[in-house]
Design a protein around this ligand. Structure first.
Ligand code: BTN
Length: 323
């Protein structure tokens, strides 16, 4: 009955606030009641939970712990921008897979993996990517973007991610300039943006996003034990990863359109309100430049201005900031 899984899942997913009768599903899809029943059994075997009530029908109540290919396909199909998806149980890094897939297609696409065995963060740091706990994905945007504009891409994206986290979990997500997302001064999300193109313009933006969703604090080892958190650890509520993924996708698509059509100055005020670095004396490291000081302003191009104890102003394009 695997051949009806996707269609039945689609009906149940889009009507998940209510019950759908077996009769109604059978009529909608022009299949037999037995085929519906067998497919419902298959969904249950594959980790979906359904409530079934006599005379009312079926309601989708829970999703599998691991990413389900058909469910992810359904969610990504709703996107007006991303045309393809690649969903894996295990890869080295979605970022590496995305770069391979770019050779096969010119369309925008998404790569998601349950586990990454060699997840990478900024400054080539290791990125802890445990199964069933987070969202490890790469979004590949295809668009000619002038070189001068790319600096603000991370700013648009970080605002989109922070907004999604706030909306889905209720946690007070903050942005640590330029593109880390924190809750209660612990990191819950980071992303990595790589680009390719030619000397005049960028053609591809490869944005790898890692979000800790359902980790316990005890899942974080070594230095992460005091630095990392997850949405569940911060709120006490388990996050529905599918719902989170769906909302994030909508939000990053919108952020990408804004990035193309607007200037950073149009969202600067909102971005600054989400930021957790103001009125704090912090250490900023950019290459060999290390400054201890207080962030005082952002430029319209996204650069940060930090004032040190002597009153000297320092401009940063991107920096590692210790909270
Ligand atoms: C950072 O804060 O240092 C960036 C972390 C980016 C992690 C994500 S997880 C999905 C994608 N694949 C990777 O190997 N890295 C990014």
């Amino acid at each position: 009955m695997a051949k009806y899984k996707s269609d039945i899942l689609e009906l149940l997913y889009h009507n998940r606030s209510t019950y759908l009768s077996g009769q109604m599903i059978a009529e909608q899809l022009s299949i037999s009641r037995t085929a519906v029943w067998k497919t419902i059994e298959l969904l249950k075997q594959q980790g979906f939970s359904l409530s079934s009530v006599q005379n009312k029908g079926y309601q989708l109540t829970r999703f599998p712990e691991e990413w389900d290919q058909d469910m992810m396909a359904l969610i990504i199909k709703q996107s007006s921008y991303f045309k393809k998806r690649f969903v894996y149980k295990e890869v080295t890094s979605t970022q590496l897979v995305a770069k391979e897939k770019m050779l096969e297609t010119d369309e925008p696409f998404i790569v998601v993996s349950e586990v990454q065995t060699a997840g990478r963060g900024r400054f080539n740091r290791n990125w802890d990517s445990q199964g069933s706990k987070g969202l490890w994905m790469t979004a590949v945007f295809r668009k000619e973007v002038p070189l001068h504009k790319i600096m603000t891409f991370n700013l648009f994206m970080s605002l989109a991610i922070a907004k999604t986290i706030r909306r889905v979990s209720g946690a007070e997500a903050k942005i640590k300039w330029p593109n880390d997302i924190y809750i209660d001064d612990r990191k819950c999300c980071g992303f990595l943006t790589e680009i390719s193109g030619d000397a005049s313009a960028i053609q591809n933006i490869i944005c790898g996003i890692g979000i800790n969703l359902n980790h316990e604090l005890s899942d974080f080892q070594d230095e992460l034990a005091v630095k990392a958190t997850s949405l569940m650890a911060a709120t006490g509520q388990k996050i529905n990863r599918y719902q989170f993924f769906e909302e994030l996708l909508t939000e990053i698509e919108e952020a990408f359109q804004q990035f193309i059509t607007l200037e950073f100055s149009d969202i600067k005020e909102e971005y600054m309100q989400y930021s957790n670095i103001w009125q704090r004396k912090l250490r900023y490291t950019e290459g060999k430049k290390v400054v201890e000081g207080t962030a005082v302003e952002m430029m319209d191009d996204g650069r940060l201005i930090v004032q040190d104890d002597e009153g000297t102003l320092h401009h940063f394009i991107s920096a590692d900031i210790e909270l």
